[in-house]
Design a protein around this ligand. Structure first.
Ligand code: SF4
Ligand code: SF4
Length: 292
Protein backbone atom coordinates (compact mmCIF):
# COMPACT_ATOMS: atom_id res chain seq x y z
CA UNK A 1 0.00 0.00 0.00
CA UNK A 2 1.10 3.55 -0.73
CA UNK A 3 2.39 5.52 2.28
CA UNK A 4 2.63 9.29 2.04
CA UNK A 5 5.28 11.16 4.01
CA UNK A 6 3.23 14.32 3.75
CA UNK A 7 -0.51 14.63 3.54
CA UNK A 8 -2.04 18.06 2.99
CA UNK A 9 -5.42 18.22 4.66
CA UNK A 10 -6.65 21.76 4.04
CA UNK A 11 -8.90 22.96 6.87
CA UNK A 12 -9.88 26.26 5.30
CA UNK A 13 -9.69 27.87 1.88
CA UNK A 14 -9.64 31.36 3.41
CA UNK A 15 -6.60 33.53 4.09
CA UNK A 16 -6.45 36.82 5.99
CA UNK A 17 -3.65 38.18 3.77
CA UNK A 18 -3.28 38.71 0.03
CA UNK A 19 0.39 38.15 -0.80
CA UNK A 20 1.61 39.43 -4.15
CA UNK A 21 3.15 36.04 -5.03
CA UNK A 22 0.11 33.98 -4.04
CA UNK A 23 -2.78 33.94 -6.52
CA UNK A 24 -6.00 33.99 -4.47
CA UNK A 25 -8.05 30.84 -4.75
CA UNK A 26 -11.20 30.91 -6.83
CA UNK A 27 -12.69 28.13 -4.77
CA UNK A 28 -15.59 28.61 -2.39
CA UNK A 29 -14.62 30.14 0.95
CA UNK A 30 -15.13 27.54 3.63
CA UNK A 31 -13.97 25.93 6.85
CA UNK A 32 -13.84 22.17 7.24
CA UNK A 33 -16.17 21.03 10.01
CA UNK A 34 -14.75 19.06 12.94
CA UNK A 35 -16.90 16.11 11.89
CA UNK A 36 -15.65 16.10 8.29
CA UNK A 37 -12.07 16.53 9.47
CA UNK A 38 -12.46 13.49 11.68
CA UNK A 39 -13.96 11.44 8.81
CA UNK A 40 -11.13 12.45 6.50
CA UNK A 41 -8.57 11.34 9.07
CA UNK A 42 -10.20 7.91 9.20
CA UNK A 43 -10.10 7.68 5.41
CA UNK A 44 -6.41 8.51 5.12
CA UNK A 45 -5.14 6.75 8.25
CA UNK A 46 -3.84 3.66 6.41
CA UNK A 47 -1.85 5.90 4.08
CA UNK A 48 -0.08 8.39 6.32
CA UNK A 49 0.86 9.49 9.83
CA UNK A 50 1.85 13.07 8.97
CA UNK A 51 -0.65 15.75 8.10
CA UNK A 52 -0.20 19.37 7.07
CA UNK A 53 -3.22 21.59 7.65
CA UNK A 54 -2.91 23.88 4.65
CA UNK A 55 -2.82 24.06 0.91
CA UNK A 56 -3.87 27.65 0.40
CA UNK A 57 -5.77 28.88 3.42
CA UNK A 58 -4.45 30.16 6.75
CA UNK A 59 -4.90 27.34 9.29
CA UNK A 60 -4.96 29.65 12.33
CA UNK A 61 -8.17 31.21 11.02
CA UNK A 62 -9.97 27.96 11.82
CA UNK A 63 -12.00 28.64 14.98
CA UNK A 64 -11.68 25.05 16.20
CA UNK A 65 -8.00 24.44 15.51
CA UNK A 66 -7.56 23.18 19.09
CA UNK A 67 -10.21 20.50 18.61
CA UNK A 68 -8.68 19.47 15.29
CA UNK A 69 -5.33 18.99 17.04
CA UNK A 70 -6.93 16.91 19.80
CA UNK A 71 -8.67 14.63 17.31
CA UNK A 72 -5.44 14.27 15.33
CA UNK A 73 -3.70 13.13 18.48
CA UNK A 74 -6.46 10.68 19.38
CA UNK A 75 -6.17 9.12 15.94
CA UNK A 76 -2.37 8.90 16.04
CA UNK A 77 -1.35 11.66 13.62
CA UNK A 78 1.51 14.11 13.86
CA UNK A 79 0.62 17.59 12.62
CA UNK A 80 2.62 20.28 10.83
CA UNK A 81 1.16 23.76 10.62
CA UNK A 82 2.40 26.29 8.09
CA UNK A 83 1.12 29.75 8.95
CA UNK A 84 1.73 33.37 8.11
CA UNK A 85 1.93 33.93 11.89
CA UNK A 86 -0.18 37.07 12.00
CA UNK A 87 -2.79 35.41 14.23
CA UNK A 88 -0.39 33.73 16.62
CA UNK A 89 -1.17 35.86 19.67
CA UNK A 90 -4.90 35.23 19.40
CA UNK A 91 -4.43 31.49 19.01
CA UNK A 92 -1.47 30.53 21.10
CA UNK A 93 -3.56 29.06 23.91
CA UNK A 94 -5.06 26.67 21.32
CA UNK A 95 -1.62 25.46 20.22
CA UNK A 96 0.62 25.29 23.27
CA UNK A 97 1.12 21.80 24.66
CA UNK A 98 -0.88 20.02 22.01
CA UNK A 99 0.92 16.67 21.73
CA UNK A 100 -0.04 16.18 18.06
CA UNK A 101 1.76 19.34 16.99
CA UNK A 102 5.18 18.31 15.65
CA UNK A 103 6.32 21.30 13.64
CA UNK A 104 5.31 24.86 12.83
CA UNK A 105 6.56 26.77 9.80
CA UNK A 106 6.20 30.54 9.89
CA UNK A 107 6.12 32.19 6.46
CA UNK A 108 7.73 35.46 7.53
CA UNK A 109 7.94 36.59 3.88
CA UNK A 110 4.17 37.01 3.92
CA UNK A 111 4.50 40.19 6.01
CA UNK A 112 6.29 42.12 3.24
CA UNK A 113 4.41 40.16 0.57
CA UNK A 114 1.09 41.59 1.78
CA UNK A 115 0.67 45.24 0.79
CA UNK A 116 -1.37 46.23 3.87
CA UNK A 117 1.01 44.94 6.55
CA UNK A 118 1.81 47.25 9.46
CA UNK A 119 4.10 46.94 12.51
CA UNK A 120 6.79 44.51 11.43
CA UNK A 121 8.46 44.62 14.81
CA UNK A 122 5.26 43.71 16.63
CA UNK A 123 4.60 40.89 14.18
CA UNK A 124 8.07 39.34 14.34
CA UNK A 125 8.11 39.88 18.13
CA UNK A 126 4.86 37.98 18.63
CA UNK A 127 6.10 35.04 16.52
CA UNK A 128 9.44 34.90 18.35
CA UNK A 129 7.87 35.09 21.78
CA UNK A 130 5.50 32.25 20.88
CA UNK A 131 8.24 29.98 19.53
CA UNK A 132 10.42 30.55 22.59
CA UNK A 133 7.57 29.60 24.88
CA UNK A 134 6.43 26.66 22.77
CA UNK A 135 9.86 25.11 22.26
CA UNK A 136 10.73 25.41 25.95
CA UNK A 137 7.58 23.54 26.96
CA UNK A 138 7.47 20.86 24.26
CA UNK A 139 9.45 19.15 21.48
CA UNK A 140 7.98 21.42 18.82
CA UNK A 141 10.23 22.04 15.81
CA UNK A 142 10.07 25.52 14.25
CA UNK A 143 11.10 26.78 10.84
CA UNK A 144 11.13 30.51 10.19
CA UNK A 145 10.83 30.98 6.46
CA UNK A 146 11.93 33.83 4.25
CA UNK A 147 11.11 32.47 0.84
CA UNK A 148 11.43 35.72 -1.06
CA UNK A 149 14.86 35.70 -2.69
CA UNK A 150 14.95 36.50 -6.39
CA UNK A 151 17.12 34.69 -8.95
CA UNK A 152 19.01 37.77 -10.16
CA UNK A 153 20.30 38.23 -6.64
CA UNK A 154 18.51 40.54 -4.33
CA UNK A 155 17.92 44.20 -4.88
CA UNK A 156 18.79 46.50 -2.03
CA UNK A 157 15.14 46.93 -1.13
CA UNK A 158 14.64 43.18 -0.80
CA UNK A 159 17.86 42.75 1.12
CA UNK A 160 16.92 45.56 3.45
CA UNK A 161 13.46 44.25 4.29
CA UNK A 162 14.87 40.83 5.15
CA UNK A 163 17.70 42.43 7.09
CA UNK A 164 15.14 44.09 9.39
CA UNK A 165 13.51 40.74 10.14
CA UNK A 166 16.84 38.95 10.57
CA UNK A 167 18.13 41.69 12.88
CA UNK A 168 15.12 41.22 15.16
CA UNK A 169 15.79 37.47 15.25
CA UNK A 170 19.52 37.92 15.91
CA UNK A 171 18.72 40.26 18.78
CA UNK A 172 16.02 38.09 20.34
CA UNK A 173 18.19 34.95 20.22
CA UNK A 174 21.37 36.79 21.13
CA UNK A 175 23.23 35.39 18.11
CA UNK A 176 26.90 36.19 17.74
CA UNK A 177 26.76 35.88 13.93
CA UNK A 178 24.83 37.44 11.07
CA UNK A 179 22.29 34.94 9.73
CA UNK A 180 23.02 35.88 6.09
CA UNK A 181 26.63 34.78 6.52
CA UNK A 182 25.55 31.22 7.22
CA UNK A 183 22.45 30.77 5.14
CA UNK A 184 22.40 29.22 1.67
CA UNK A 185 19.16 29.24 -0.31
CA UNK A 186 17.19 26.06 0.17
CA UNK A 187 18.86 24.92 3.37
CA UNK A 188 18.41 25.90 7.00
CA UNK A 189 20.47 27.51 9.75
CA UNK A 190 19.92 26.42 13.31
CA UNK A 191 19.52 29.38 15.65
CA UNK A 192 18.44 27.55 18.81
CA UNK A 193 17.37 24.08 19.88
CA UNK A 194 14.76 22.90 17.32
CA UNK A 195 14.51 26.37 15.74
CA UNK A 196 15.72 26.95 12.16
CA UNK A 197 15.74 29.74 9.60
CA UNK A 198 15.18 28.88 5.95
CA UNK A 199 15.73 31.28 3.08
CA UNK A 200 14.79 30.35 -0.44
CA UNK A 201 13.77 31.77 -3.78
CA UNK A 202 10.29 33.13 -4.25
CA UNK A 203 7.90 30.38 -5.02
CA UNK A 204 5.94 30.09 -8.27
CA UNK A 205 2.58 28.37 -8.24
CA UNK A 206 1.97 26.22 -11.33
CA UNK A 207 -0.96 27.44 -13.43
CA UNK A 208 -2.61 26.48 -16.69
CA UNK A 209 -1.83 29.89 -18.21
CA UNK A 210 1.94 29.34 -17.77
CA UNK A 211 4.15 28.13 -20.64
CA UNK A 212 4.35 24.43 -21.17
CA UNK A 213 7.69 22.68 -21.74
CA UNK A 214 8.55 19.23 -23.13
CA UNK A 215 7.02 17.62 -20.03
CA UNK A 216 10.07 15.53 -19.15
CA UNK A 217 11.03 15.15 -15.52
CA UNK A 218 9.99 13.62 -12.27
CA UNK A 219 7.82 14.55 -9.32
CA UNK A 220 7.00 13.02 -5.97
CA UNK A 221 3.33 13.98 -6.24
CA UNK A 222 1.21 10.93 -5.29
CA UNK A 223 4.40 9.07 -4.36
CA UNK A 224 5.34 10.72 -1.11
CA UNK A 225 2.54 13.28 -0.89
CA UNK A 226 -1.12 13.86 -1.59
CA UNK A 227 -3.78 16.23 -0.35
CA UNK A 228 -7.46 17.00 0.11
CA UNK A 229 -8.79 20.54 -0.38
CA UNK A 230 -11.40 21.94 2.02
CA UNK A 231 -14.10 21.23 -0.60
CA UNK A 232 -13.17 17.54 -0.67
CA UNK A 233 -11.20 17.44 -3.94
CA UNK A 234 -8.30 14.98 -3.74
CA UNK A 235 -5.09 16.37 -5.28
CA UNK A 236 -1.63 14.86 -5.90
CA UNK A 237 0.47 17.58 -4.27
CA UNK A 238 0.40 20.80 -2.26
CA UNK A 239 0.89 22.90 -5.41
CA UNK A 240 -2.45 22.18 -7.00
CA UNK A 241 -4.20 24.91 -5.03
CA UNK A 242 -7.21 25.06 -7.36
CA UNK A 243 -7.80 21.31 -7.58
CA UNK A 244 -7.08 21.20 -11.32
CA UNK A 245 -5.80 17.64 -11.08
CA UNK A 246 -9.11 16.58 -9.60
CA UNK A 247 -8.64 12.92 -8.70
CA UNK A 248 -12.08 12.59 -7.10
CA UNK A 249 -14.05 13.91 -4.15
CA UNK A 250 -13.78 12.51 -0.64
CA UNK A 251 -17.38 13.54 0.12
CA UNK A 252 -18.71 11.09 -2.45
CA UNK A 253 -16.05 8.38 -2.78
CA UNK A 254 -13.51 6.59 -0.57
CA UNK A 255 -9.90 7.72 -0.52
CA UNK A 256 -8.67 4.27 -1.49
CA UNK A 257 -10.89 4.22 -4.58
CA UNK A 258 -9.75 7.68 -5.56
CA UNK A 259 -6.02 7.04 -5.41
CA UNK A 260 -6.38 3.73 -7.20
CA UNK A 261 -8.42 5.46 -9.90
CA UNK A 262 -7.39 5.90 -13.52
CA UNK A 263 -6.30 9.55 -13.33
CA UNK A 264 -4.14 8.91 -10.26
CA UNK A 265 -2.51 5.82 -11.76
CA UNK A 266 -1.81 7.60 -15.06
CA UNK A 267 -0.02 10.41 -13.22
CA UNK A 268 2.19 8.01 -11.23
CA UNK A 269 2.92 5.72 -14.21
CA UNK A 270 3.77 8.78 -16.31
CA UNK A 271 6.37 9.98 -13.85
CA UNK A 272 7.87 6.46 -13.74
CA UNK A 273 8.62 7.07 -17.45
CA UNK A 274 9.81 10.65 -16.63
CA UNK A 275 6.78 12.02 -18.38
CA UNK A 276 4.26 14.57 -17.08
CA UNK A 277 0.87 13.43 -18.32
CA UNK A 278 -1.11 16.21 -16.62
CA UNK A 279 -1.14 19.64 -18.25
CA UNK A 280 -0.60 21.36 -14.88
CA UNK A 281 2.50 19.22 -14.28
CA UNK A 282 3.92 20.32 -17.63
CA UNK A 283 3.59 23.89 -16.36
CA UNK A 284 5.09 23.29 -12.93
CA UNK A 285 8.59 24.38 -11.95
CA UNK A 286 8.74 21.89 -9.11
CA UNK A 287 9.04 18.99 -11.55
CA UNK A 288 11.96 20.62 -13.36
CA UNK A 289 13.94 20.85 -10.13
CA UNK A 290 14.23 17.08 -10.05
CA UNK A 291 15.99 17.03 -13.45
CA UNK A 292 15.37 14.58 -16.23
S1 SF4 B 1 1.18 33.16 0.79
FE1 SF4 B 1 0.13 32.37 2.62
S2 SF4 B 1 -0.30 34.22 3.82
FE2 SF4 B 1 0.10 34.93 1.74
S3 SF4 B 1 -1.91 35.04 0.74
FE3 SF4 B 1 -1.03 33.02 0.27
S4 SF4 B 1 -1.88 31.65 1.83
FE4 SF4 B 1 -2.13 33.77 2.58
S1 SF4 C 1 4.56 18.30 -11.18
FE1 SF4 C 1 3.81 19.99 -9.91
S2 SF4 C 1 1.58 20.00 -10.22
FE2 SF4 C 1 2.33 18.00 -10.93
S3 SF4 C 1 2.14 16.64 -9.18
FE3 SF4 C 1 4.20 17.49 -9.14
S4 SF4 C 1 4.12 19.29 -7.81
FE4 SF4 C 1 2.03 18.75 -8.41
Amino acid sequence: MKKFKKFYLEITSICNLACSFCPPTERQKQFLSVEDFSKRLDEIKPYTDFIYLHVKGEPLLHPKIDQLLDISHQKGFKVNITTNGTLINKNKHKLLNKPALRQMNFSLHSFDGHAGSVDKEGYVGSVLSFIKEATSESDLIVSLRLWNLTEDNQTNVERQRNREVLALIEKEFDLDFKIEEKVTPGSGVKIAERIYINQDYEFQWPALHEEEDDGRGFCHGLRNQAGILANGTVIPCCLDGEGIIDLGNINTDSFSNIIEGERANNLVDGFSRREAVEELCRKCGYRKRFGK
